[in-house]
Write a new protein. Structure first.
Length: 225
């Protein structure tokens, strides 16, 4: 079978059909759909069909269905036989519960790391914090969500517990899905949230445990993306 042309797409947005590379098609579609969820393009309560989304991406419905099945496992959508996939709605209570569980995981780990990790190691995370600032300043909500997860992933990875990082990132991703009917997150809120990453790094470098705990709890409770 002749090789198909390689074309790249980054995320699902309204507009004319776009194609993605045949290399890791499912992974690219999954990334695009995750970004569309964060951005509110895939709205809670709405039903989307594999063939329609496949046409938009310029691929068959198969990789779209596979990506949607992964999103179903993550709790973002539910599969409706012969109809498609419905984006699940959440409540403010569910969002608060996610924040509470994330705090139970991340606060003790960051306090332990603040006591043990030297300042020069913390400084290596500065680019990750700056990446969140850049995405926030651009008003790029999906980009900010990805950069935010990356920063937390780099911090938690210093604990040397891969399973912890995996669980924390799954919770983080779920916390980034917008509530039904919620207004789009303002750029100013993203910028303020991004600034907390640099402030957290400063507190970790200083070994200021009360400030570390306060910043992490506030950040998790108020995170806009």
């Amino acid at each position: 079978m002749p090789a198909e042309p390689v074309v790249t797409a980054v995320r699902y947005v309204p507009g004319p059909p776009r194609k993605v590379s045949r290399h890791s098609v499912r992974g690219q579609i999954l990334d695009a759909l995750r970004a569309a969820l964060v951005d509110g393009e895939l709205a809670p309560g709405q039903i989307y069909s594999g063939p329609v989304l496949g046409e938009r991406f310029g691929v068959s419905a198969t990789p779209v269905r596979e990506a949607m099945q992964q999103l179903a496992l993550e709790g973002a959508v539910e599969c409706l036989p012969n109809r498609g996939f419905r984006v699940l709605s959440r409540t403010p209570r569910e969002l608060a519960e996610l924040a509470e569980v994330r705090a139970l995981l991340e606060v003790p780990v960051m306090l332990r790391l603040a006591r043990a990790v030297p300042a020069d190691i913390w400084e290596t995370l500065r680019p990750a914090a700056c990446a969140t600032v850049t995405a926030a300043a651009a008003g790029d909500l999906p980009g900010y969500a990805e950069a935010d997860r990356a920063f937390h992933r780099e911090v938690l990875s210093l604990a040397g517990n891969g399973r912890l990082v995996q669980v924390a990132e799954e919770l983080h991703r779920r916390a980034q899905w917008p509530l039904p009917g919620a207004p789009r997150v303002r750029r100013a809120d993203l910028v303020a949230d991004a600034a907390e990453h640099s402030a957290l790094l400063d507190a970790l470098i200083a070994g200021d445990l009360p400030v570390v705990e306060s910043l992490v709890r506030e950040h998790l409770a108020c995170c806009p993306a």
